[in-house]
Design a protein around this ligand. Structure first.
Ligand SMILES: C[S@@+](CC[C@H](N)C(=O)[O-])C[C@H]1O[C@@H](n2cnc3c(N)ncnc32)[C@H](O)[C@@H]1O
Length: 418
């Protein structure tokens, strides 16, 4: 398989694409691939595609739909991430006005000496930035907060500041989920230069999108899709849900949320983010809150209950032999229960003959294989979809190096007919 096709199940190529590249989100797929799927769908059916992405993340699917002039609806339960997608969806605003607003913030930040400094080496911000870097970023933040009004252009200014935070840190804050304060990096950007550079890039992307005839047809909502979805009927669903692999989406934006004062630390994620996203990591699936035998009684899990029970019971045993005693048994049960609800909710807003694609990977917590695509396919059929098939894109975990288990894994597209 050629490298580009394998990468279409990742975010890598989006970092070269206008608008998509404004914020690097660790889990996504290629916008060019989404555009080609929209085109294929329309050629095959003769219908205009109306698109749904129930896990919109940083907005790859719905922004690809802007480029092709298709109406699209996107949801994300993570408040910080939904705000990023909504901000990217403001690409159609006036780029000169945006640059002027950035310039004002910069001038104010440069001259603002009277801001209180909050560098504290005992917290995550203090570990990620030296005094000068955090002071500059804070000046940008305070200037933004002082100057911003109701004009949506300011959301783009805020996104600019958010998007440079990791590049201005001298420690390991790259695209991975957790910040690594003990890992230093060689290339660190100056906050003011990064802000001005990003302002230029964003403005030229806004100009590009207009010249390429993008249409502003995306509707983005901050909503947990385990709750009912209210949108016009759609016929094409392209998404990538969390995988059952312990990736912690709440923790993924801890640095940014602390910077903006939305949380004081890790424990605040419990109330600020976790309640509205599905359970896909052990930190979100404490065994004292989720009782395995109770969740396995849920009728929505009936289609996969035998295999799910066998795997979760094994995990319940294996964890007792491990130092971390991670609650993968409740995590896996809750994960499939949450997705079973989401299948039901998407089914009710998808047309009879719709096409659905879930970019998904399997997992093997504590070495117990969880065939996510198979179980998700079976849950989809039980919620009223017609058929499913899996197209493998790439193998994972085949090199065994530094791995906690040796189960070969894969990632690909789960195609469902609706
Ligand atoms: C794999 S990412 C999607 C990335 C996306 N394709 C992009 O372009 O950035 C999965 C997303 O699902 C969101 N999510 C998790 N549980 C959710 C829920 N119950 N309702 C809505 N969104 C949810 C997470 O916050 C995360 O942003």
């Amino acid at each position: 398989m050629n490298k580009k096709i394998a990468r279409s199940g990742t975010f890598t190529d989006n970092m070269k694409l206008p608008i998509h590249r404004w914020f690097r989100y660790s889990a996504g797929f290629s916008a060019e691939w989404v555009q080609s799927e929209i085109q294929k769908y329309e050629e095959a059916t003769g219908l205009k595609a109306r698109i749904l992405d129930p896990f919109v993340g940083s907005g790859t699917t719905v922004l690809a739909a802007c480029a092709t002039g298709n109406e699209a609806y996107g949801f994300d339960g993570h408040p910080f991430v939904a705000r990023i997608a909504k901000a990217k969806n403001l690409w159609h605003l006036d780029e000169s006005e945006f640059k002027e607003a950035c310039q004002k913030v910069f001038e104010n930040a440069k001259s603002n000496q009277d801001m209180t400094q909050r560098h504290d080496e005992t917290n995550l911000l203090g570990k990620c930035y030296d005094f000068e870097a955090l002071t500059k970023l804070d000046r940008l933040r305070f200037s933004y907060e002082k100057l911003a009004d109701d004009n949506p252009i300011w959301e783009l200014v805020r996104l600019n500041i958010t998007s440079i935070l990791r590049a201005c840190s001298n420690v390991g804050t790259a695209q991975w989920q957790y910040v690594l304060p003990n890992k230093t990096k060689s290339k660190v950007l100056d906050a003011f230069e990064a802000f001005l550079g990003k302002a230029d890039l964003m403005a030229s992307d806004m100009e590009y999108a207009k010249s390429a005839n993008w249409k502003n047809l995306a509707h983005i909502y901050e909503q947990d899709v385990r709750e009912a979805i209210d949108v016009p009927k759609c016929n094409l669903l392209i998404t990538s849900p969390p995988y059952p692999n312990n990736y912690d989406y709440a923790d993924a934006t801890r640095l940014e949320m602390m910077f903006w004062g939305e949380i004081d630390g890790w424990s605040d994620l419990k109330t600020a983010v976790r309640p509205t996203i599905m359970r896909s990591c052990s930190q979100h699936s404490a065994a004292d809150k989720i009782v395995l035998d109770e969740i396995l009684q849920e009728p929505l899990l009936a289609p996969i209950i035998n295999e799910l029970t066998a795997a979760t019971k094994e995990l319940e045993k294996v964890r007792l032999t491990k130092g971390g005693k991670k609650t993968y048994h409740t995590m896996i049960a809750a994960y499939f229960f949450d997705l079973a609800k989401i299948w039901k909710n998407t089914r009710s807003v998808m047309d009879e003959n719709s096409k659905i694609c879930f970019v998904i990977g399997d997992s093997a917590p504590y070495g117990v294989h969880i065939p996510a695509e198979k179980w998700l396919g079976e849950l989809a059929l039980a919620s009223g979809y017609q058929s499913f098939e899996f197209e493998k894109l790439r193998d994972r975990n085949v090199k065994w190096k530094n791995r906690t288990h040796t189960v070969p894994l894969h990632e690909g597209r789960l195609w469902i007919k609706g």
